[in-house]
Design a protein around this ligand. Structure first.
Ligand code: R5P
Length: 293
């Protein structure tokens, strides 16, 4: 039987996943040495066993990654051969190419490092580009939690229009529109590769008081969603809802979204919970996969 091991960067969802899977949960001990270095210890009960490590690569991302590497090292050093990583949020996935000469493909570096340190299988939620998983050496699965999120969206609005804020969100929008049995549209987004500044445009027809639901993988600074919301409001949308897998919401993102006119944010629980967000538990969508992967 596989053993479930919770890293310190996933504690808000470990218990619920463990009870859904009907497995006992073991927890990593972590502390920081006075000089800033990290220390981890893995419980003896999981050593040498097939282990599912739950660790979301949340901010501060580099600390989450290092802790994971130390966990993997402790396990392999003690005879564990199979380590399945469940990483609800996979950091660095947006740097999936070198936008400028001299940049790394960060997600490639990360996934290759995870393989190198002995992680043999990977399950993640809504990676920015599923194609990036090719850099991981073993089997890897990306789960877009459309069913869980859609069941919450059903309660909020009748006949909404689904909006992809950019080309990258198009497939996600198609999946949501199929689930909610409604149509979808796509906005055009341009990002300045030097400043990171974005601009959105569209050839939107009048929405005539219809609700809109913007679907995206992640809200970071909130810039994309705020601009998209303003466009939709201008085009006559009644309420604008947003649903994302990763509500990172850095600095004043939440405030930016409220002032742009966002009605409500519905997010998967891949990151630690914050106020004023409607969270949806997505562990039900991975429990069987993790058991039999
Ligand atoms: C980019 O292509 C992503 O899908 C998100 O739209 C983007 O990363 C969100 O970032 P922000 O909230 O800073 O606009």
């Amino acid at each position: 039987m596989k053993k479930l091991l919770c890293g310190t960067r996933a504690d808000w969802l470990c218990e619920v996943l463990a009870s859904r899977m009907g497995l006992p949960l073991y927890k990593v001990t972590h502390k920081q040495f006075p000089d800033g270095e990290s220390y981890v210890r893995v419980p003896e009960e999981v050593l040498g066993e097939d282990v599912i490590v739950i660790q979301s690569l949340i901010p501060p991302q580099n600390d989450s990654i290092l802790e994971l590497i130390l966990i993997a090292e402790a396990l392999t050093e003690n005879g564990t051969k199979e380590i399945t990583l469940f990483a609800p949020y996979l950091a660095y996935s947006r740097q999936d190419k070198a936008f400028l000469k001299g940049e790394p493909i960060s997600i490639k570096a990360l996934l290759q490092a995870l393989s190198f340190f002995g992680i043999t299988k990977l399950v993640t939620i809504d990676i920015h580009k599923p194609e990036s998983l090719i850099y991981f050496k073993g089997p890897a699965k990306n789960v877009i939690p459309v069913s869980s999120l859609a069941s919450e969206l059903f309660k909020l609005s009748d006949n909404p229009i689904i909006v992809a804020p950019d080309k990258g969100a198009l497939e996600r929008a198609r999946m949501f529109s199929e689930k909610l049995n409604t149509e979808y549209i796509q906005l055009e987004k341009k990002r300045d590769v030097h400043t990171g500044e974005i601009s959105l445009s569209s050839t939107l027809k009048n929405l005539n008081g219809r609700d809109a639901i913007i679907v995206d993988d992640i809200i970071s600074t909130g810039g994309t969603i705020a601009e998209a919301t303003k466009l939709l409001k201008k085009a006559g949308a009644r309420k604008v809802f947003v649903t994302v897998s990763h509500a990172l919401l850095v600095s004043n993102a939440l405030e930016k979204l409220r002032t742009s006119g966002v009605e409500e944010i519905i997010a998967a629980n891949t990151l630690p919970p914050k106020h004023n967000i409607r969270y949806v538990d997505i562990t039900g969508e991975v429990k069987e996969l993790l058991k039999h992967f």
